[in-house]
Design a protein around this ligand. Structure first.
Ligand SMILES: Cc1cc2nc3c(=O)[nH]c(=O)nc-3n(C[C@H](O)[C@H](O)[C@H](O)COP(=O)(O)O)c2cc1C
Length: 330
């Protein structure tokens, strides 16, 4: 029986399949099902800095009859913040009590502000690691790409200097030079990087002429960006990469490991096909290792990463040189 355990940002995982932050990890019931189905770790549903701050302001304004006291605004805002954080801490504490797999807390951050305090409290309550979900939309035309990158690095630096525990960042793929962004995040000292988040996608309802959300879950063909950038960067950085987006099967999991990922994060596949998909991924991985004669994941993680593969330039190809159907003809 091959050993499918892995070490991801210093955490011992019995399987490389991590359940990504989302609806499945927002309740103890979902977390337990993930563990029972063979997941290696879970990332709790994010606490959203933006939502907390909005609600905190609304709560304060709703009590404006008391706002003649100079400290009232901050008092009501703090109460609203505490409400969210206490609820999150309760889930975290019960997850830590009930599960034996690592529990990673997740914060969706907009800026280097109050979230640092949340992160410190989560570490204090036993989170095995913290994942920071950082996804700015560069919609302000007067802000250059350089400034967008700088804000990301400042954010990462503050996080790293304030949080002493294991820390990862989950980022999007919309940077002009992803390789330099990934390298810099590594230099700042993050323990891991999740490549890539799949953002909310807007769409338009043609009947009501309103903006609505497009399909929330990924399809099983969406893994290409993550595969490419894992392969290009995994041997270049010291941090661990968890591949994310479009991983729906054992085959895609195996491809990500061959490209150099230490683990994968999975959300849509479980939402679509149920928790049984985690077991299928683990079984498919074991069967592949048996067939190839690998006894541990280290026997093949990164085998096809750009630096370890004699035709590594294939990962950089962006144009079709030949038409579909003739790709293998010489
Ligand atoms: C309904 C829904 C809610 C999500 N909520 C979060 C969240 O709170 N925090 C986060 O970091 N990612 C969140 N995600 C993103 C997933 O964790 C994951 O990164 C994304 O869905 C891509 O992986 P997948 O292809 O396996 O679904 C959410 C995804 C979905 C579909």
């Amino acid at each position: 029986m091959p050993d499918i355990s892995t070490k991801y940002m210093g955490l011992d995982l019995r399987s490389p399949v991590i359940i990504a932050s989302g609806p499945l990890t927002s309740s103890l019931d979902g977390l337990k099902k993930a563990e029972d189905s063979g997941a290696g770790a879970v990332v709790l549903k994010s606490i959203f800095e933006e939502q907390i701050e909005e609600d905190a302001s609304r709560e304060a304004l709703g009590n404006e009859q008391y706002l003649s006291h100079s400290d009232s605004h901050e008092y009501y805002a703090a109460m609203a913040r505490d409400f969210y954080i206490d609820r999150y801490l309760t889930l975290l504490e019960s997850a830590k009590k009930s599960l034996s797999i690592p529990v990673i807390a997740s914060i969706n951050c907009k800026s280097a502000r109050t979230w640092v305090d949340y992160a410190e409290r989560f570490s204090g309550c036993g989170a095995d690691a913290i994942e920071l979900n950082y996804f700015p939309i560069a919609s302000n035309a007067s802000v250059s790409g350089e400034k967008v990158d700088k804000a990301l690095f400042e954010f990462a630096k503050v996080a790293r200097s304030r949080i002493s525990g294991k820390l990862s960042m989950k980022i999007g793929s919309f940077y002009s030079s992803l390789s330099s962004v990934i390298k810099k995040i590594d230099e700042i000292g993050m323990d891991a990087l999740v490549l890539f988040n799949r953002p909310f996608r807007p769409d338009i309802d043609l009947k009501s002429l309103e903006v609505k959300g497009a399909q929330a879950i990924s399809s099983d063909t969406e893994y290409g960006m993550s595969l490419r950038w894992t392969a290009l960067m995994s041997a270049e950085v010291g941090l661990d990469i968890a591949a994310n987006t479009g991983i729906h099967s054992a085959d895609t999991l195996i491809k990500m490991l061959l490209a150099g990922a230490k683990a994968v994060e999975v959300c849509s596949a479980v939402m679509k096909d149920g928790y049984g998909v985690i077991r299928k991924m683990n079984e498919g991985l074991s069967a592949f290792m048996d067939e190839k004669g690998y006894s541990t994941l280290d026997d093949f993680i990164g085998k096809l990463a750009e630096e370890n593969y004699e035709r590594g330039d294939a990962w950089e190809r962006v144009q079709f040189l030949k038409t579909i159907g003739q790709n293998n003809e010489r």
